[in-house]
Design a protein around this ligand. Sequence first.
Ligand code: NAI
Length: 328
Amino acid sequence: MRITFFAAKSYDKESFNSIKALYPELELEYWETELSAKTASYVTDSEAICAFVSSDVSEKVLKVLSERGVKLVLMRCAGFNNVDLDAATKYGIKVMRVPGYSPEAVAEHAMSLAMAVNRHLHKAYLRVRENNYSLQGLVGVNFYGKTAGIIGTGKIGAAMAKICHGYGMKVIAYDMYHNPDLDFVEYIEMDELLAKSDLISLHCPLMDSTYHLINIDTIKKMKDGVILINTSRGGLVKTDDLIMGIREHKFFGVGLDVYEEETSNVFENHEDEIMMHSTTARLLSFPNVIVTSHQGFFTEEALEAISRTTMDNARAYLNGEKSGTELN
Ligand code: NAI
């Protein structure tokens, strides 16, 4: 079976090619271009395509893919809010994903962002490079003894809770499901979490019910001087409201690995272009905000696990077996 990869970067090719020999029944074709209705129409002789977080897997695209004979969409990521699952089912396309390739990779990045905004590492790095050793404006807070509020304690949220616990923080959480592995975590209601947390980290998926979970009302309920971290999905935070909160000095710091306008930016180099997104530009203008480009997953271990599971998914599909990672 041939798999056409969309938005394939050199590191994708490297990690998939390194295990390719173990899957002789699979042929891999890498396209650097992103998936769209237009690029989908160029697919030939591929029963499967492989897409990523910023790919457009909408009904329009799925329709074209089905016309080109595609029967399987392999998402090489955990989130699938960009996939129209009902449409996939309608067009007879199976969708599989990589549910938990390395929760620690994302959680460790979330804590890196939290520590970076707390201790102003983004400024300190530049300052010392300029031969400026002043500490003015670099004061942070101890995380030890503070309260971490985790929203969503699935695989990544649980890993983040453990990291915060290791820092000596009190860990509180909001999730409809209480993770039995987290005996040190106190589950409370959302409003109470917002009011009590010194650090809030978002780890729930983006769904209709979580869209703009962080908005002006929920921001108002937070402690003054809170640190907010989002490594989950941009749509969880209403950016205009976040900007309003930042301007009102609500936040000690904000760390975003994901944000609403990221889709056209993710993994691309636009350094010679005029920035067209005004909210992204505004976010980047704040001294207490650090933005990274959806790199939470980006560790060697995670890339290896992603390629393994994706290839196993393709093999299970070919053999008519269930892998447990099917979304429809
Ligand atoms: P998971 O499915 O293991 O856990 C999600 C948890 O969120 C579940 O426990 C669920 O009950 C909870 N939840 C659902 N609705 C909620 C709500 N309204 N309030 C509070 N909790 C709620 O998912 P996992 O693997 O932990 O991933 C979480 C998210 O992280 C993914 O959906 C994805 O968007 C994001 N992600 C980001 C990456 C990055 O590179 N920045 C990489 C991988 C995932």
